[in-house]
Structure formats: structure tokens, C-alpha cells
Design a binder for this molecule. Structure first.
Ligand SMILES: *Cc1c(COP(=O)(O)O)cnc(C)c1O
Length: 374
């Protein structure tokens, strides 16, 4: 029996094989591998798609966060409010400049920063908020932007998992002062290696990031400040331009697959399908269920045996990692989510048959309780 993978990248590559090959070969023929025409074109295409003034292609989503934090003027000793239920890079980018992440608990329905709890954590040192649109679902941006305006804070959206997603009809990444995209291979728009992008309407932020990605030089060899090497490869840009043309269609396929799962997994005891808030256009980077009653790990192990790959994003909320544990925080919803979440196979190439198989296995296991520890 074939395994059902979490994401079927091979099927995507096969479908676009000829187009991708042509694009890669054209780069080889041109012989320009750094900051070439594809990087420039991709930046323009992404900026146009999101409706922002600037898109700066970078080496990774992590660099988009790190350079974004820097360009927004975060200084050592500053505090930045963010969610504990995300990939480490979100908070790491804050620590990079010796600023301090301040973790605010999540809304249990969306798994995103609970806007209502932000105010209580603001101090005179608070300089910014980094909301994460986790799993492809928008954070509640209106109250976040309102608080930011009230206290003069910058907002950097972590859009790594939500490219193409929307909040009240507005594209994610175009709402805050800047947005960080990731083109890690498994993301909704994925390269065949690392890649990322910083998007913004702020001319100064864009200029700073453009400078920092090439060793702090506006003009080659006339370096003005200490930067990094964080360019997106021309070959990756060419690949991304091919795949970008499919982003909207593939996000629609993810949504259709999610709707099918919702139907197939209805009314199973102790299992909760994902919520989509009225304000969100969810792009289902992950289709993540909750399994209640301490049965998550058991269910995951049983599904593995049945040939179905699943994953836990994330088994440890950031405030309980060794480097943040000394903060002594208790954030009950993030902690509960880390015990209950399970991401099922998802992606534009996921077949109905695979979904039936996943749902059948889950139903059989949940309802029989077979081998289930009591
Ligand atoms: C993937 C991811 C990142 C980091 O992106 P990379 O391109 O892997 O550096 C940051 N934040 C979130 C939420 C992510 O999922």
C-alpha cells in the first residue's frame, strides 16, 4: 500500500515538469545566477499580487523576519509582542537584535495571537507586534492594527504559512508595516531550496532591507553599514515564477480539500475540525484538527501504522523552550493546543481517495477505541 504523505511535492513537480525545466534551462543559458531578471520580475509580480509598493527577495523567510525586525527599527532592550504558538524563527528574529519577545496567549479557535490579551502586555518598551497567520488562517488584524496605532507600534506580519490568504478581503502581508514570506519547499508557494521575501509599503523599510541583503551597500563596493548576504538565487526565482502562476488555483484546491475533510470528519467524538473565522480566507497551509482527551499521540501512532503521515505543529509552545522557560509564563491555550493539534495530509495534489482513506482510518480508530489506552 502506498503511504499518504503529509504533502505530495513529487506530484506537483511532475505536473509542472516541462515548464520548470524550461525555466531552469533558460537561467543556465543566460548565465546570470545572482540578482538577475527573474529575481526582479518575481519581486514585481509578488508586489503586484499583494498590492504593495515593494517586495524584496531574500534567502529565507527567517531572513525576512530578521531583516524586517531590523528595518522597522527594533533596538536592543525593546519588547516585541508575538505568539508562543509558531515556528521558532518568529521569536528568534526578535532575539537576534537583543530585543525581547513578549508572548501573548492564542485564541483557541484560530490558534493565532489573541488580540484581546495584547493591551495587558504593553509596556513603555514595547515597539512592535508580530502576528503570525498560522496554518494559513489570518490573525485578527483590525484590533491588532488599532492597538498598534494607539501605542505607536510597528506591525510585522509573519505570512510564511499564509501566502494568498486574506483578512476581510485584504491580502495578508499587505496590512501591517511589513510582511515576511517564506518560500521553503513545503510552503504554499515553495522553491526547491530556501527563499523568502519582505513586502512593505514603506519606502524606507524597503530601502533598508535592499541594502542589508547585500552587505549594507546601496552601490556595490560602497558599503555603508554592516549587513548580510541574503539574496534569493536566480534559479529559485525562475522556479517560483512558474509555481506562482498556480498559487491561487492551488489554494482553492486546498480549500476544497479542507471542505471535504470537514464533511468526512463531522461528529466524531473528541475530534474538532478547523475553524474558519468570518473575516478569514483560509489557505490551509495545514489542515489541523484537535484531538481531545490525551488521545492525540495515540491517534498519530495508529495512523502511521495505517500508512498515513501526520505531523504536530508544534509540540512545544515557545515559552516552554529552554531559552524562554525562565520567563516562567503560563499560557494555557497555547499549551493545550500543543497537546491536541494534529495536521493531516493536505496540499493541492491531495486526491479524494486519499482523503477518504484518511477519514476512514480516523473514524475506525476513534469509534472503536481499539487498542486505545483507557
Ligand atoms: C517556515 C516559517 C518561517 C521561516 O521560514 P524559512 O523560509 O524556513 O526561514 C517563519 N515563520 C513561520 C510561521 C514559518 O512557518
Amino acid at each position: 500500500m502506498n503511504r499518504i504523505p503529509l504533502l505530495d511535492l513529487k506530484a506537483e513537480i511532475e505536473l509542472l515538469w516541462d515548464e520548470l525545466n524550461r525555466a531552469i534551462q533558460e537561467v543556465l543559458r543566460n548565465g546570470v545566477f545572482i540578482m538577475g531578471p527573474n529575481v526582479k520580475a518575481l519581486e514585481q509580480e509578488v508586489a503586484g499580487y499583494l498590492g504593495v509598493r515593494h517586495a524584496v527577495a531574500l534567502n529565507s523567510g527567517t531572513d525576512a523576519l530578521v531583516l524586517g525586525v531590523h528595518a522597522l527599527g527594533i533596538q536592543p532592550g525593546d519588547e516585541v509582542i508575538t505568539t508562543p504558538f509558531t515556528f521558532f524563527a518568529t521569536a528568534e528574529a526578535i532575539n537576534h537584535f537583543k530585543a525581547t519577545p513578549v508572548f501573548v496567549d492564542i485564541d483557541p479557535r484560530t490558534f493565532n495571537l489573541d488580540a484581546e490579551q495584547i493591551r495587558a502586555k504593553i509596556t513603555p518598551r514595547t515597539k512592535a507586534i508580530i502576528p503570525v497567520h498560522l496554518y494559513g488562517h489570518a490573525a485578527d488584524m483590525d484590533p491588532i492594527m488599532e492597538i498598534a496605532r494607539e501605542y505607536g507600534l510597528k506591525v510585522l506580519e509573519d505570512v510564511a504559512q499564509a501566502f494568498g490568504g486574506e483578512y476581510k478581503g485584504r491580502k495578508l502581508g499587505a496590512i501591517g508595516d511589513a510582511g515576511a514570506l517564506s518560500f521553503f519547499p513545503s510552503k504554499n508557494l515553495g522553491a526547491f531550496g530556501d527563499g523568502g521575501m519582505l513586502v512593505t509599503n514603506d519606502d524606507d523599510v524597503a530601502e533598508t532591507v535592499q541594502m542589508l541583503r547585500v552587505h549594507g551597500a546601496r552601490k556595490k563596493y560602497f558599503n555603508e553599514r554592516v549587513g548580510v548576504n541574503s539574496r534569493l538565487d536566480e534559479i529559485q526565482a525562475a522556479i517560483l515564477r512558474v509555481k506562482f502562476r498556480y498559487l491561487d488555483e492551488w489554494n482553492r484546491k486546498r480549500r476544497a480539500a479542507a471542505a471535504r475533510y470537514n464533511e468526512l470528519l463531522r461528529d466524531i467524538p473528541a475530534l474538532e475540525t478547523p475553524y474558519e473565522a468570518p473575516y478569514a480566507y483560509h489557505v490551509y497551509h495545514q489542515y489541523t484538527i484537535r484531538v481531545r482527551g490525551d488521545r492525540r499521540d495515540w491517534l498519530q501512532a495508529q495512523l502511521k501504522e495505517a500508512g498515513i503521515d501526520t505531523f504536530v505543529y508544534y509540540p512545544v509552545p515557545l515559552h516552554l523552550l529552554p531559552i524562554y522557560r525562565e520567563m516562567g509564563l503560563s499560557l494555557p491555550e497555547a499549551e493545550r493546543a500543543s497537546r491536541e493539534v494534529l495536521s493531516l495530509p493536505m496540499g493541492p495534489m491531495l486526491t479524494k481517495e486519499s482523503q477518504y482513506e484518511v477519514a476512514r482510518s480516523i473514524r475506525r480508530l476513534r469509534e472503536s477505541g481499539r487498542d486505545e489506552p483507557s
